[in-house]
Each structure stands twice: as structure tokens, then as C-alpha cells.
Design a protein around this ligand. Structure first.
Ligand code: CTP
Length: 480
């Protein structure tokens, strides 16, 4: 079976995967698996990944994974020790964490638990024999070793660990452990004298040098009457938690503890109770930034004009209509560590807003007097007391993009400007893609960093990554 190296994927795909996985709190590898599962679920033709076993019409083929794939999978090797009974509970604990479990029983393990019990709990066929024609016709031990995200050995007996440390492969369990390229977690269980024996000490040290991970053993009473010491297998819940930590390492949250304020969308400036002045902003870019900042661990407050988008998960959204309402909400949200002004605020509003619906009269068109709206970004960037340490504006331009954006940076007093060309030909307004230039101050100079065309989600991730870097980067210069 071919393996996929995420590192070698196209940059755009990688960025997309990073966003999706961060949003769903999964590792990138898990996210790929979920995407493939969704893809397969949507297929119309039957899925036939494995050939039928030769001359085995009555035999059970290796189970096929069907439907949406679970988020993670474990091959659980149950060794032969009294602690094997705890592995039955371990199967349950792993499955309640949405971890698929395929079990392998050593010959000795079958003295303590039956394949039937294990199979009933795992809802999978149980594997016991290296030379089983049913599973070995297509190198079953190799697939058990590799078609999982983690191998857990519980109980890991002294004998199994000795075989592993010395590279033996004379039964299914040891062959899997030798053939795997996955992480391996051992839960040792043995008598304290065996655990402390010099041979076991050497084997444990060798296994640790080989990168194998251990949980336990714990200290306590042994099955043998009157014996106590280090050697008890960790509890099922401890092993399941350790497996989950390995399978789903915590997602980096570089903006944890930071409060981020974001404006998004257009504003609607009323002409009368039924009409308003608006613009073509969809709010997609601001919403994507809110989602990316939330995924990076920030507390996010999004002040949004009228948009056709659902509130991003985990984000506090304040819905407003007009520029003045937006300013009011923004001021109420302060203080914030970072403020990002992605809204396409209407520059003007109608001064003589009609209290009733304006009627057509013989006098002709009603004269609309426009007055300038408050500049929300400039107001906040120029605060002396509650100015957020990092203030970021957007510059939506249809000509002289960089020059106009540079002068906006100075005029508005913000730290960075994300400049984008919103000419109709670009399709940025209302579309899903954006080509932006990040304009900032570096060493007293104005720096322009031009990004390739990206989806608005990718722009959001990049921007949040830059923000995360600047939060720890002392070189960020305050607005002059
Ligand atoms: N902005 C704001 N309040 C306004 C107008 C703009 O907060 N009343 C913010 C926008 O959210 C954006 C930045 O200022 O971050 C620049 O907006 P843009 O529409 O590009 O520029 P304007 O200031 O409106 O200037 P112009 O229309 O002349 O380009």
C-alpha cells in the first residue's frame, strides 16, 4: 500500500489541510484520513480494495473498512499475562475515544482471554496466527503493522519485550512489531522480580533507545498472593489516554490567552426605513480570519455587518448594520491584544435619513445629503489609552494598490495593512480567492510582502501565522 508524505504535497493543499485540521482539532494525517473517508462514502461504485482470497469461498476475508473512516486506528497486541483481562476494558476505552481497534492475540494471551470476547468488543475479526492463510494471502501481518496509526502492546510481557528488543519475528505479534513503521506503545505487566531482572532492564533500555514508548508499569499488588512491587499493568483508562495523546497531539495554539477583535462585512447605511446604501463585501475574508484566530487559540470577537454567513464556531459575533453601530460595538469590545479591521465600511451615510419611506413625487428625485462616517480603524489606531498593541487594517483598492496602501498605513496609524486589489476583474469582492500584499514597518522602513493567490481561508491562516510570530517578536515597531 502506497504511503503519502504530507510534506511533499502542493503548498496550497498543505495550507488547506492545516486550516481544516486546526479547525477540527485533528492532526493533519487524521484530517487526510477523514477527507478520504468522506470521498469514499460519496462513491457510487462498490469499493473492492482487496482481491478475493484464493480457493477460500467459505473463509472470511480481511475486514474492509467501510463508510466514513474513524479518526484513528490502533492495532492492539494482547500478550499472555493475567493483566490481559484489562485489555478487554482497554478496547472499550479506545473505542469510546473513536479509535478503531484491531486486535492480535498471542498464543499465551488466549489462555487468559478468548478471541471471541475480544472480537465481540472490538467488532472486528481477531488475528492470532502468522501462518493463517485467510489473512496472510495478502501479507496480513504487514497490513496489521502499517494500516494503523499506533500499535499498543498490552500487556507487554517480559517475553514479548525480549523478542521485540532482539528483533524476533516467529509469531504474528513479534512479526508485526518488527514490520511496523508506526509508533509503538508498550504497557508492561510482569512480576516485580521479572521487571527488575537485569535482562528485562537491558531490553527496556534497548526498546527505549529504539524509540518505543512505555506506559507504566505501576506499583501495587500482584496476582500472586502476597507479592507487591513495580510490575502492575497501567489501568485501561491510563493506556487509552496515553494512546490518544500519541494519536492526537495537542494542536499548537499560538494565540492562546490573546483577545482578538475583528470587523467584517459591509455596512448598511439607511436612506429610509426600507432602503439603504451598501457595498459588495461578502464578509468571507473577515470570517475566515476569525475562524483561523479561534483555531489558533485566541478569544475572538467578530463585529460583523449584514452578511450571509453562519457565525464561526467558538467566536463571539456582534451583528450590526451601520458604520456607527460598528464603531460603538468595537469600542465596547476593547481592550483587545490584536484588532483586525477587515470590514468594508461605507464611507458615507445619508445625513437626512427619512423617518418614513420616501415617496416618489412630482418634484423629482429626493436630494440625498451624504456625510462622512467615522473611520473606525483610524479611531482605534489613534487611541492613546486602549489602543490594541497590534492594529491591522485592510486596503481595498482598484488602482495604485501598493502606493495607496502605504499612504493608508500612515494616514490611519495602524501597524500593518493587508492590501488587496478589488477591481471587478479580480473577482475578490464576493469571491473565494484573494491576492494580498502585507505592508508593515520593519527597521524604520515600510516592507511589502506579496503573497501568491490564495483562498480567503489560506490568507487567513497566513495572516494569523504572521500575527502569532509577531506576538513573540520584539521587533514589531509601534505605529509612528
Ligand atoms: N475603515 C474603517 N472605517 C471606515 C472606513 C474604512 O474602519 N469608515 C477601515 C476598513 O475596515 C479597512 C481600512 O479602513 O481596514 C481601509 O478601508 P478602505 O475602504 O480600503 O479605505 P477607506 O478608508 O474607505 O479609503 P478609500 O475609500 O478612500 O480608499
Amino acid at each position: 500500500m502506497a504511503s503519502l508524505t504530507i510534506r511533499k504535497l502542493d503548498e496550497g493543499i498543505k495550507t488547506y489541510l492545516r486550516l481544516r485540521s486546526a479547525r477540527n482539532r485533528r492532526s493533519v494525517e487524521e484530517e487526510v484520513r477523514v477527507i478520504l473517508g468522506e470521498l469514499i462514502e460519496g462513491r457510487e461504485e462498490p469499493l473492492t480494495p482487496f482481491a478475493a482470497p484464493p480457493a477460500a469461498s467459505s473463509s472470511t476475508p480481511m475486514p474492509q473498512r467501510s463508510g466514513a473512516l474513524p479518526e484513528a486506528s490502533v492495532t492492539l497486541i494482547i500478550g499472555g499475562g493475567i493483566a490481559a483481562y484489562k485489555s478487554l476494558d482497554l478496547i472499550r476505552r479506545l473505542k469510546e475515544r473513536r479509535i478503531e481497534v484491531r486486535c492480535v492475540l498471542t498464543k499465551a494471551a488466549q489462555q487468559f482471554v478468548t478471541p471471541l470476547a475480544v472480537s465481540a468488543l472490538s467488532h472486528e475479526r481477531v488475528y492470532t496466527d502468522l501462518f493463517d492463510p485467510q489473512s496472510e494471502f495478502d501479507a496480513g501481518h504487514i497490513r496489521l503493522a502499517r494500516e494503523c496509526d499506533l500499535i499498543v502492546v498490552a500487556p507487554a510481557t517480559a517475553d514479548l519485550m525480549a523478542k521485540m528488543a532482539n528483533g524476533h519475528a516467529d509469531d504474528l505479534a513479534s512479526a508485526i512489531l518488527l514490520a511496523t513503521n508506526r509508533k509503538v506503545l508498550l504497557a508492561p505487566a510482569m512480576n516485580p522480580l521479572m521487571w527488575n531482572n537485569a535482562a528485562t532492564r537491558r531490553n527496556v533500555a534497548q526498546l527505549q533507545r529504539d524509540g518505543v514508548m512505555l506506559i507504566g508499569p505501576n506499583s501495587g499488588e500482584m496476582a500472586e498472593a502476597g507479592e507487591a512491587g513495580i510490575g502492575r499493568m497501567s489501568e485501561a483508562i491510563e493506556i487509552a489516554a496515553a494512546a490518544e495523546r500519541l494519536l492526537r497531539p495537542p494542536v499548537p495554539r499560538p494565540l492562546a490567552g490573546k483577545r482578538v477583535l475583528i470587523t467584517a462585512g459591509p455596512t448598511h447605511e439607511p436612506i429610509d426605513p426600507v432602503r439603504y446604501i451598501a457595498n459588495r463585501s461578502s464578509g468571507k475574508q473577515g470570517f475566515a480570519i476569525a475562524a483561523a484566530a479561534q483555531a489558533a487559540g485566541a478569544e475572538v470577537i467578530l463585529v460583523s455587518g449584514p452578511v450571509d454567513l453562519g457565525d464561526p464556531h467558538g467566536v463571539t459575533v456582534k451583528h450590526v448594520e451601520s458604520a456607527r453601530q460598528m464603531l460603538e460595538q468595537v469600542q465596547a469590545v476593547l481592550p483587545a491584544d490584536i484588532a483586525i479591521f477587515a470590514a468594508a465600511v461605507a464611507d458615507w451615510r445619508v445625513a437626512n435619513e427619512g423617518e418614513q419611506k420616501l415617496k416618489k413625487t412630482s418634484a423629482g428625485m429626493p436630494p440625498l445629503q451624504l456625510v462622512e462616517n467615522p473611520d473606525i480603524l483610524a479611531t482605534i489606531a489613534k487611541l492613546t489609552d486602549k489602543r490594541p498593541p497590534l492594529v491591522i487594517g485592510f486596503a481595498a483598492e482598484t488602482e495604485h494598490l501598493i502606493d495607496n496602501a502605504k499612504s493608508k498605513l500612515a494616514r490611519k496609524g495602524c501597524d500593518w495593512i493587508v492590501a488587496n486589489d478589488v477591481s471587478p476583474a479580480t473577482g475578490v469582492m464576493g469571491g473565494d480567492r484573494n491576492t494580498v500584499h502585507l505592508i508593515s514597518r520593519k527597521d524604520g522602513e515600510i516592507a511589502v510582502d506579496s503573497w501568491p493567490v490564495m483562498t480567503k481561508e489560506q490568507v487567513a491562516i497566513e495572516l494569523v501565522a504572521h500575527i502569532a510570530k509577531s506576538v513573540t517578536d520584539k521587533s514589531l515597531e509601534p505605529a509612528s
